[in-house]
Design a protein around this ligand. Structure first.
Ligand SMILES: NC(=O)c1ccc[n+]([C@@H]2O[C@H](COP(=O)([O-])OP(=O)(O)OC[C@H]3O[C@@H](n4cnc5c(N)ncnc54)[C@H](O)[C@@H]3O)[C@@H](O)[C@H]2O)c1
Length: 369
């Protein structure tokens, strides 16, 4: 069987990460890249040894040899490109957030299902082995009843008033929760095995006016920091602090679940190990070992203990599951190990509920599918 051919649109930060990730998946290869003129797609294609380069994503989607479209463009382009790719019969693997609104996300999800294409969303953090281990230990009853979930996603790109970037524009109705908060919710929901059904959110914009390097000023009304109480569908409560204004924190995603028997904590910057909190002896560090982990985790452990699996490995794991579901023709099953457009809808519904909650200062239901 010939390899599945990917075309990657968007050649900024994340596009090249997809190129690397796809190449680590057996049965997949990158046939084309597409970017704007300033990306110089031909030069990128040469650098990565990719056969075809496009400057117009419509042309790339029309290429009959492309099987899978990777949408690595800015958020505002996700809907249009996803829709066109699905209508052209391509499988789509899209960057988060899926869409601009829950309603549009639902439409795109339904369209992908109706057209019978594989729809993956790049919430790669859930594909880290320790995240899967937390999930398996909960499901297998080892950790006991979950009491509450907590965590944070902290970055530092917006701490100072002089921190200005074009990424602060056109972010949709929210910024920090849209960009990183939904990574936390996807990971936490994966661990717990339940979606979030209600939220109480406090959203703060620390610098309503920002200055750029040339001294120009920019009004910003989306949140730098979000403090959110959540309730999961099984009744478990949780809390999240998501911020772009936490100096010193690079990519500090942390998901923890306090359970009746012991607690479990995972930190993205210590990606290949789990911290287990025991009343009797304190905290223990658990390396991911295929011989001692839960059976469900084994497939996600790709190196021996101490040979740190990290960010690119989680992306590879996500892409490996996604491409396998196409090759094995199992992608129509409603539940996949990777995030799908359904999860994309849930992410947008969460963002909208947070914005509503912050405005009304009240607990707010999250729209369900
Ligand atoms: N999953 C993750 O961990 C993760 C991390 C970073 C970014 N992202 C997501 O990836 C997406 C892109 O983010 P980024 O950081 O790579 O942004 P970026 O600005 O670095 O790159 C965007 C790229 O898209 C290209 N582009 C813009 N308009 C285009 C068009 N009409 N046709 C073709 N290409 C076009 C730009 O030229 C650029 O190369 C965003 O949706 C972001 O949320 C996800």
């Amino acid at each position: 069987m010939r390899k599945l051919h990917a075309g990657v649109i968007g050649l900024g930060f994340i596009g090249p990460q997809h190129i690397d990730g796809i190449r680590r998946v057996p049965g997949a290869d990158v046939l084309a890249v597409c970017g704007r003129e300033e990306d110089n797609p031909a030069a990128v294609a040469e650098r990565f040894d990719v056969p075809r380069a496009y400057r117009d994503w419509r042309e790339m989607i029309a290429d009959p040899d492309i099987d899978v479209v990777h949408n690595c463009t800015p958020n505002a382009l996700h809907d249009e490109i996803n829709r066109a790719a699905i209508l052209a019969g391509k499988h789509v693997y899209c960057e988060k957030p899926l869409s601009d609104s829950a309603a549009q996300a639902r439409d795109i999800w339904r369209l992908a299902v109706a057209r019978g294409v594989a729809h993956g969303l790049n919430h790669q953090y859930r594909l880290n082995a320790p995240v899967q281990e937390m999930r398996a230990r909960l499901q297998n009853g080892l950790a006991g009843r979950p009491l509450f979930v907590w965590g944070r996603y902290l970055q530092e790109s917006a701490a100072r008033a002089s921190d200005w970037s074009h990424r602060m524009e056109n972010t949709g109705i929210a910024r920090t929760i849209n960009d990183i908060g939904i990574h936390w919710t996807d990971t936490a929901c994966c661990v717990l095995g339940h979606p979030i059904v209600s939220v109480m959110a406090e959203l703060t914009t620390h610098h309503p006016v920002r200055t750029d390097a040339q001294g120009g000023t920019h009004a910003v009304d989306t949140e730098d920091t979000a403090m959110i109480l959540v309730r999961f569908a099984d009744g478990t409560p949780g809390s999240l602090i998501a911020s772009k204004a936490a100096n010193g924190h690079k990519n500090d995603l942390r998901v923890a679940v306090a359970c009746e028997t012991y607690g479990m904590e995972w930190s993205q910057e210590d990606p290949d190990r789990l911290t287990v909190g025991l009343k009797e002896t304190g905290f223990e560090t658990v390396y991911m070992n295929p011989r001692t982990c839960q059976p469900e985790t084994r497939a996600y452990i790709t190196t021996p203990m101490g040979h740190v699996m990290g960010w690119p490995d989680a992306l590879r794991n996500a892409l490996a599951r996604y491409y396998a579901s196409i090759a094995e023709d199992t992608y129509r099953a409603p539940i996949q190990p990777y995030a799908t457009f359904e999860d994309g809808f849930r992410g947008m519904a969460f963002v909208e509920a947070c914005v509503r909650s912050a405005k009304t200062r009240a607990w707010t239901e999250v729209e369900q599918p």
